[in-house]
Design a protein around this ligand. Structure first.
Ligand code: NDP
Length: 450
């Protein structure tokens, strides 16, 4: 059995075993830097090497995805599925289609997902998958052929009690439909092997809204718990204009807040009058049906478009980064702190760099880390799995209440484990990491060395 090692020695090992995988190193270090102090007086976790085992995926599958474009050319992409840990339930996590996808990014996401899924209280392990395929600019027929080819390999590694993928960046209802169709054809089975499905074929109500709404519920809970404040009357910077961003913006409006910005990889729009519910519906239509760019907003509603820029330089009360990883760096954080931001709630996965996160915590800015703040999506995915397994359909009101309860529960667990002596507010980063870790670690202890 092992003696306790320092975090530096631990990280040296992680870097040596995973050369060049900087996003993965970043995610493991972020978690380890709160777990190591917590387990310092709990030798059992050291003895059984729990952190080393969680930071080594159970399985990495990498495969060739061949497909033919509309011009008849043969295209070759790379597909992945990372099955990180199934100690508390079947692997669960989204599929991302984006040219930036690589093994490091998917390993970081699968690792994070393990803690996030644990926090929800539902029986789900952690996984993630995807491809460097870029759906942008592709015809529907090309996307369909790609998805079918991707599933033709993936199907042998997944199952409703093995691994249940969902959507993520570049994978929405259209892609899930094509992949589920191919799964059904290959296996002759109809079950809950994917979540985020259409309502006609086993999907759950409120799944599209769940991540964005949950992110705002977490923000609301932080404001209430630590500042005795409300969202009403507050201004908000939101980045992204996809699934998470648009529904987060919608819920901010429901709560009486004012959304000032949205963005995509071309730049951000600033609407000083506020991006209200009608404008958000237009953006949802633009992005999901017309597959347009956020710059078009200005032609329709006015405001400003800032090409190639991020929204963090503007003054606002709260910020919800909902686009992608590492979109708030240390310089952005410094400006936001100077501008008096009160809270940051992460809709995207790891959108804040580690030094920026520390700067927020040091400056007493409430900080809701992704694994807690954006867990609403996977929670409703878990509820979709339950409905599929029981062959039932819950009503919208029931699901809304369950989502709210789960997000309140996650906030409660973070507040319980995130009390730090001498700190003015809850450290939600520590709270989320420790609360997520304990359940997975204790299950792993129960299994012995496997
Ligand atoms: P979408 O594909 O629907 O939207 C992504 C948005 O982010 C788009 O506006 C996209 O712009 C923008 N974006 C992507 N990459 C970049 C980049 N490099 N720079 C600037 N903007 C970028 O994805 P989701 O909304 O589903 O996901 C957003 C984030 O939330 C991701 O980190 C995802 O992992 C996370 N998440 C999503 C969940 C869900 O339920 N969907 C659940 C939990 C987390 P463009 O169109 O120009 O690419």
């Amino acid at each position: 059995m092992s003696e306790p090692v320092s975090i530096d020695t631990f990280m040296e090992g992680v870097k040596k075993r995973n050369p060049g995988e900087t996003e993965f190193h970043q995610a493991v270090f972020e978690v380890a830097s709160t777990i190591f102090p917590y387990i310092a007086d709990k030798p059992i976790y050291h003895k059984w090497e729990i952190m080393r085992r969680i930071a080594e995926p159970d399985r990495i599958v990498s495969f060739r995805v061949c497909w033919q474009d509309d011009a008849g050319h043969i295209r070759v992409n790379r597909g992945y599925r990372i099955q990180n840990n199934n100690a508390i339930g079947p692997y669960k996590g989204g599929i991302r289609f984006h040219p930036s996808v690589n093994q490091s990014i998917l390993k970081f996401l699968a690792f994070e997902q393990t803690f996030k899924n644990s926090l929800t209280g539902l029986p789900m392990g952690g996984g993630k998958g995807g491809s460097d395929f870029n759906p942008k600019g592709k015809s529907d027929a090309e996307v369909m052929r790609f998805c079918q080819s991707f599933m033709t390999e993936l199907f042998r590694h997944i199952g409703d009690d093995i691994d249940v993928p969902a959507g993520d960046i570049g994978v929405g209802g259209r892609e899930i439909g094509y992949m589920f169709g191919q799964w059904k054809r290959l296996t002759n089975r109809f079950n809950g092997v994917l979540t985020g499905k259409g309502l006609e074929y086993g999907g759950s109500l409120i799944r599209p809204e769940a991540t964005g709404y949950g992110c705002v519920y977490f923000l609301e809970n932080m404001l209430k718990h630590d500042l005795k404040a409300e969202i009403e009357g507050k201004t908000a910077l939101v980045s992204g204009s996809g699934n998470v961003a648009t529904f987060a913006a919608q819920k901010i409006n429901h709560r009486g807040g004012k959304v000032l910005t949205l963005s995509d990889s071309d730049g951000f729009i600033y609407d000083p009058k506020g991006i209200d519910l009608k404008k958000i519906d237009w953006v949802i239509d633009l992005k999901t049906k017309r597959r347009g760019r956020i710059a078009e907003y200005v032609k329709e509603f006015g405001g400003e478009f800032h090409a190639g820029k991020k929204p963090w330089g503007l003054k606002a009360d709260v910020a919800l980064p909902c686009a992608t990883q590492n979109e708030i760096g240390i310089e952005d954080a410094k400006v936001m702190i100077k501008n008096g931001v009160k809270a940051v709630s992460e809709g995207a996965n790891m959108p804040t760099s580690q030094d920026a996160t520390h700067a927020f915590l040091e400056a007493n800015v409430l900080f809701g880390p992704a694994k807690a703040a954006n867990a609403g999506g996977v929670s409703v995915s878990g509820l979709e799995m339950s409905q599929n397994a029981a062959h039932i359909t819950w009503k919208e009101g029931e699901l809304q209440k369950m989502l709210r309860d789960i997000m309140d529960g996650i906030h409660g667990k973070c507040a319980q484990y995130g009390q730090v002596k001498g700190k003015k507010y809850v450290d939600y980063v520590q709270g989320a990491n420790v609360a997520g870790f304990v359940k997975v670690a204790d299950a792993m202890l129960a299994f012995g060395v496997v």
